[in-house]
Design a binder for this molecule. Structure first.
Ligand code: ADP
Length: 257
């Protein structure tokens, strides 16, 4: 579950907040597109989830973890519980496909035996088993993104977030990547994707949350379509967040080991 309750964030020096009283509740196993023009606040919202940025006010609970209580030294281990996919893949250039995935498991503390069992399974899922000995620069953009996705799902995260994962890919490859994310979602992972790609949003008919000027202005629960200009619905969104189990909003101490 992803829960943001009335989250506000203003970067130092900016006149207006990047996020203003944003409330969003994503249930386990949902697939959600986050859309909005450039500067709407999408990346900042993603950074709230990864705790790359801290809100000025509001509450954030991710997978049962209240981020107020994730101390600085625990942020890396918190992030390893999420799958995070980037638009520029962020692969290790001097490591093979196999090693890129294995390395992520190694730093998460998995044993060599488990790693040798897990990596081929994950590479098979993203259809890259036959490319495992190649280095990133020997792969197409779509293949590199599949390695990046393999790396992010290898630890079986409950939540996967992807900020513009198809921005650098052509149309066919984009469709392939979205189909892969959908497959991962079908296996039970909650997925939140930001995108500017109208075609994929309209094709997939999933939930679509639209942001504008730091606010959520539209939230289409099913069969969502890509539309950027809606009136703010801040009140409706606040109501949604309050409907979630009350205990989730009560501060409680929670530290990740
Ligand atoms: P989007 O991802 O929708 O393009 P962002 O979250 O990147 O939107 O940006 C939202 C607003 O916050 C914009 O006005 C942007 O200029 C501002 N912003 C984003 N990152 C920073 C930063 N590190 N420092 C100052 N302002 C920022």
């Amino acid at each position: 579950m992803i829960l943001l309750d009335s989250v506000t964030k203003k970067y130092p020096g900016d006149a207006k907040p990047a996020l203003e009283e944003v409330s969003l509740h994503i249930e386990p196993n949902e697939f959600v597109f986050l859309v909005g023009k450039s500067g709407a606040g999408k990346s900042t919202l993603m950074k709230m989830i990864t705790k790359e940025e801290i809100p000025d006010s509001g509450k954030i609970i991710i997978g049962g973890i209240d981020l107020d209580y994730v101390k600085k030294r625990h942020i890396p281990s918190y992030r390893r519980r999420l799958g995070v996919v980037f638009q520029d893949f962020k692969l290790l250039p001097r490591r093979t496909v196999y090693e890129n995935v294995a390395f992520a498991l190694e730093i998460a503390g998995m044993s060599g035996k488990e790693i040798r069992k897990t990596v081929p399974k994950v590479l098979e899922l993203v259809d890259l088993l036959d490319q495992q000995k190649k280095f990133p620069d020997q792969l197409s953009g779509g293949q590199q993104q599949r390695v990046s996705i393999a790396r992010s799902i290898a630890r079986q995260p409950k939540i996967l977030i992807a900020d513009e994962p198809t921005a650098n890919l052509d149309k066919l490859t984009t469709e392939e990547i979205i189909a892969l994310l959908k497959k991962i979602n079908d296996f039970g992972t909650t997925i939140l994707v930001t995108t500017h790609n109208e075609g994929i949003v309209n094709n997939l008919q999933k939930r679509v949350v639209t942001m504008k000027d730091g606010r959520i202005v539209d939230d289409q629960k099913d069969n969502g379509i890509y539309k950027l200009d809606e009136k703010p619905q801040a009140k409706v969104m606040t109501g949604r967040a309050i409907q979630t189990p009350g205990h989730a909003l009560r501060p409680r101490k929670r530290v990740i080991q």
